[in-house]
Structures are given as structure tokens and as C-alpha cells.
Design a protein around this ligand. Structure first.
Ligand SMILES: *Cc1c(COP(=O)(O)O)cnc(C)c1O
Length: 372
């Protein structure tokens, strides 16, 4: 079946047999059983990260509503399995911990990455070590103790792209696919091993749910589930429900916002206050641009567009990466990664293109006048 169909039906296959239309939300923290022999043997399997199906025994081990979202996302990414976490950063932490537990504490990564991702691996907060590399140098920078190669494409916030197919290394390649979504890019088909999403963004799609998810093979999924049970970063069932619902409209939201973003990018490129416009070759709802004047004036002047960090919502959001999404990085690292102080990042929503343009144009004209 095609992606549009799978986005609507995956993770809901059993609903008609259950006599239900909407997915049930299971808020249980625990699951009663009179058979503790059976529970003991199931817990032995959970310890190995096996997907128990049926009763999860305890809410930190698994949840049926979350499992529906995992099934659906794995389907859309063409993965054997998916494991969902409380946030995107919890998902990335689990990946780092899963490889570190096997003695692989070194990662090789390509900048730019989302600011907190950069900080997490650069600071060694989880006891890992990073070598910053380029796509051409990846193979040379891999060591015996390298557990992961980490790339983002299109990358936050410059929208620069990595040729995933061209990556040729002997260690698992993790692609943060948050900006592309499985609608525009499926990294596993391009040779990657692990796909990570901040589900908070386009998958949820309405700015009202935090989540993260990793799509991968069943072997790595078991290690992630074991880490998740041990560290407790599981997605909340209500979030699982909202994310499953979000997936059903993901293809239409992404295509509609991408069309608007392409048109806004064209108009921005012709605007005298704009020096440079960044758009991924695969399209998508994100546009980044550099202004001649003070970027903070634009943030202060927008009326319709929401001046806020984050992305992927039904409303259009604008933010200054140097102040927000990539603030946590050292100034020289951020600028070295191509994130200029003049850069603004726009996440295009579902509003009418002309209304958005009217707002951007008036905000940019104030930016120009602030130049004096
Ligand atoms: C937001 C974001 C993250 C982190 O996700 P949270 O859900 O905020 O923890 C990771 N990667 C990218 C590309 C992001 O934009």
C-alpha cells in the first residue's frame, strides 16, 4: 500500500475487530495477573528487550497505545521496529547509551546538528566522545571504539543535506530525519541503519505533544527497549495517541506546507532585505534565510507568524537559531557549523501563503528601517 494509505491505517489494523474506530488510550501503570510464574518468564524476556505484545506487566516496560504509534512509524520508515521515547533527546540518549554499553563510546558526527544534540555529544554528558567530521572524511574518522555515525539531513538549522547513500562505513549510521519526515525521505532505503525523530515536530504536527522515536532493526530495538526500561524515558500513552493521530495527516500536512514554503522561499530570494535563502533539494516545510539588517527586529515585528523555537506545527513559526535552537553551542562552533548570526529559521504551517508573505514582508521592512 502507498504511504498515504499506510499513514492512515498502520497501527490500527485490529480496531474494526475490536469494534472501535479511534485507537484506545491505555493509561494503566500496571497490569494485573494471577499467574506470577508466567509474569516472571515474561519479565525475563523484557530484560532482553523483547517486545512482549499483550500485557506489558508495568507501564515503564511498554504500553499498547504507544505500541500503535511505534508500529505505524516503523511502517512509514520501512523499518523492522520502532521504539518511542518521552522526547527526541531521550531517544538520542538511548541510542548513545545502547552503543556505549557495548564499549563503543566514540561517535563520529557531521555538523550542523540540532543545538542540543551537538551539545549532548560534544560535552560528553553521557560519557561519550565525539570526532567532528565531514561526509568525505567519515570512514577515516571511524575508530575501533566508534559506536555510531550521526548525521542530520536536512540539517537543523541551515537545511544543508548529506548524501546518505554515499556514506560507506562499517559502523551503524544514525540519521536524524526530523526535518524530512518519512514523507520526503526514508533513510533506511538509502543505506542508513537507524532513523531518529523528534516526534515533537512534524509527526505530532500541532505543537501540543513532546516525543521521540527511533526506527531500526529488531536487534537494535531490543537494546533500546532494554535501555528505555532501565532508564525510564518511555513516551506517555496520551502522547502516543496524539502522535498516532498526527501520522494520519502527516503526508497532507507536509505536502501543503512544502508548497507554501517553496513559494515563500521564491519571494524571500527577491526581497532586498534578504541576503541568502536556504532550501533543501528534497523540499519540505522549512526555509532558512539570512537578513542584511538585525534579525531580532524581524522576530519582534511578526504579527501572524509565531515567534517561537520548535517547528513542525500547523502554525508558522520563526526563530533566531543563534539565540534559541543553537544557543547552547559555543559561538565559534555554531558559526563554524554555518549558523550565521544573521540566520532566521522559518517552519511553514498551513496558513494561506499570501497572509504569511504580508506578515514576513512587513517584518522585513522594519528590519531594513532599523538599519538606518
Ligand atoms: C527538536 C529536535 C530534536 C530534539 O527533540 P526534542 O523532542 O525537543 O527532545 C532533535 N533533532 C532535531 C533535528 C530537532 O529539531
Amino acid at each position: 500500500m502507498q504511504l498515504n494509505t499506510r499513514a492512515v491505517h498502520a497501527g490500527r489494523e485490529d480496531l474494526t475487530d475490536l469494534g472501535l474506530h479511534a485507537a484506545p488510550i491505555d493509561l494503566s501503570t500496571t497490569y494485573p495477573s494471577h499467574d506470577s510464574h508466567e509474569e516472571a518468564s515474561r519479565l525475563d524476556r523484557a530484560k532482553l528487550g523483547e517486545d512482549l505484545g499483550g500485557s506489558p506487566i508495568y507501564g515503564r516496560i511498554g504500553n499498547p497505545t504507544v505500541a500503535r504509534f511505534e508500529t505505524a512509524l516503523a511502517n512509514l520508515e520501512g523499518a523492522e521496529a520502532a521504539v518511542a521515547f518521552a522526547t527526541g533527546m531521550a531517544a538520542l540518549s538511548a541510542c548513545l547509551l545502547a552503543v556505549a554499553a557495548q564499549g563503543k563510546r566514540h561517535v563520529v558526527a557531521v555538523r550542523p546538528l540540532y543545538g542540543t544534540t551537538d551539545h549532548l555529544i560534544d560535552s560528553g554528558l553521557l560519557g561519550t566522545e565525539v570526532t567532528w567530521s565531514t561526509v568525505d572524511m567519515l570512514a577515516d574518522d571511524v575508530r575501533a571504539d566508534t559506536g555510531l555515525v550521526i548525521v542530520e539531513s536536512p540539517a537543523n538549522p541551515t537545511l544543508s543535506e548529506v548524501d546518505i547513500k554515499a556514506i560507506d562505513v562499517d559502523v551503524p549510521v544514525l540519521v536524524d530525519n526530523t526535518f524530512a519526515t518519512p514523507v520526503l525521505q526514508r533513510p533506511l532505503e538509502l543505506g542508513a541503519d537507524i532513523v531518529l525523530h523528534s516526534a515533537t515536530k512534524f509527526l505530532g504536527g500541532h505543537g501540543d505533544v513532546l516525543g521521540g522515536v527511533v526506527a531500526c532493526d529488531e536487534q537494535f530495538a531490543r537494546r533500546l527497549r532494554a535501555v528505555r526500561t532501565g532508564t525510564g524515558g518511555i513516551l506517555h500513552p496520551l502522547a502516543g495517541y496524539l502522535l498516532l493521530r498526527g501520522l494520519s495527516t502527516l503526508p497532507v500536512r507536509i505536502r501543503a506546507a512544502s508548497r507554501t514554503a517553496a513559494e515563500l522561499a521564491r519571494r524571500l530570494a527577491d526581497h532586498p532585505g534578504v541576503s541568502r535563502v536556504h532550501r533543501p533539494s528534497i523540499g519540505g516545510p522549512m526555509v532558512s534565510f539570512e537578513v542584511h539588517g538585525d534579525p531580532h527586529t524581524v522576530i519582534g515585528a511578526v504579527q501572524l507568524i509565531t515567534p517561537a523555537v520548535s517547528l513542525g506545527s500547523v502554525d508558522t513559526l520563526i526563530q533566531h537559531p543563534g539565540s534559541l535552537s543553537h544557543r547552547v553551542m559555543a559561538d565559534e562552533d555554531r558559526r563554524g557549523a554555518g549558523v550565521s548570526d544573521q540566520l532566521l529559521r522559518l517552519s511553514v504551517g498551513l496558513e494561506d501563503v499570501d497572509d504569511l508573505w504580508t506578515d514576513l514582508d512587513q517584518a522585513l521592512s522594519q528590519c531594513k528601517s532599523s538599519l538606518g
